[in-house]
Design a protein. Structure first.
Length: 303
């Protein structure tokens, strides 16, 4: 069968929360303008792309196209399963529609399994609104072994451990005297992590550290990060995620309370890394803003 007669979909790869290409967190964005495809096909495409998330987006109003519509359905698939929320793939999707499809709307609404999410232009940045997920002090049983595996020799620097039941994320805050260099060297055995806690209550672990000039948590221009973080989710097939919007719905709530600030500047310190501008609102939502770079544009064929 020739390519001209096979069903195909436009497909993009976008680096979210990235000032330059090949940094930040890559997401695939698949545009479905006409007939939807089955969940089975969506999962197979996500497996084929084999990056942390593939977003599937389609206009919701009959007759609308990506250039003119402002209301879309959005779903996210990892290589192994569908997820209910993915911040970086939402930002990547909005950037694709704005940058590649020429959509002139000031804001886009994405109808998702986590409710309606809004994405807006913010100068050179794209801003997404996500619901806050404040962590609580009550943690699942049996986390001590997991924490020991993750922190290793840095276990003595543990300052607080909290848990977000809605997102199934464990948050471990380390003492601010820990240098950023040591924070970035923490290298947990992800297989041992899954073996240490397999109840399904924990699907991701956030490490975080208050930023300061003294501990080296500053950007290339010398601006101090309010906090830095890392995120591990081997239970979802992601050993370490480069930049995680969903994790920042937990982090933003935590650090806003600790620091007494609504507006914050953060970095996720993975190998690729990425910066986020954060605004915590009084209505239980957080605005995450970042750059996005489209690095690949193509077509995927479906037999």
């Amino acid at each position: 069968m020739s390519s001209s007669t096979r069903k195909s979909l436009p497909l993009y790869t976008v680096d979210a929360f990235a000032r330059t290409s090949f940094t930040g967190n890559p997401a695939a964005v698949c545009l479905i303008e006409k007939e939807d495809v089955s969940d089975e096909v969506k999962q197979k495409i996500a497996m084929e792309m084999n990056i942390s998330e593939t977003a599937f987006v389609r206009p919701l109003k009959a007759g609308d196209c990506f250039k003119d519509s402002s209301l879309f359905e959005l779903r996210w698939f990892t290589p192994t399963n569908e997820v209910n929320l993915c911040g970086h793939a939402t930002l990547a999707t909005a950037a694709t529609i704005f940058q590649c499809k020429g959509n002139k709307s000031d804001a886009l609404t994405f109808r998702t399994k986590s409710g309606d999410l809004i994405a807006r232009r913010s100068g050179e940045l794209t801003t997404i609104d996500l619901p806050l997920n404040p962590p609580k002090e009550k943690v699942p049983e049996g986390v001590d072994k997991l924490i020991k595996i993750i922190l290793g020799e840095s276990q003595s620097r543990k300052e607080a451990v909290l848990y977000s039941a809605r997102t199934k994320k464990l948050l471990i805050c380390l003492h601010p005297t820990l240098p950023r260099e040591e924070f970035e060297k923490i290298s947990p055995d992800v297989s041992a992590m899954m073996g240490a806690h397999g109840t399904g209550e924990i699907m991701g672990v956030i490490l975080t550290l208050r930023g300061s000039k003294e501990n080296g948590a500053v950007d290339e221009n010398g601006r101090v990060y309010d906090f830095i973080s890392r995120y591990f989710a081997p239970w979802n097939g992601i050993n370490e995620d480069p930049v995680t919007g969903a994790a920042h719905t937990v982090l933003s709530a935590y650090w806003s309370e600790v620091l007494g600030k609504k507006k914050m500047y953060a970095r996720q310190c993975s190998r690729r890394g990425g910066d986020l501008e954060i605004m915590v609102r009084d209505d239980g939502w957080v605005e995450l803003s970042g750059n996005a770079k489209v690095v690949l544009e193509g077509t995927i064929f479906i037999d």
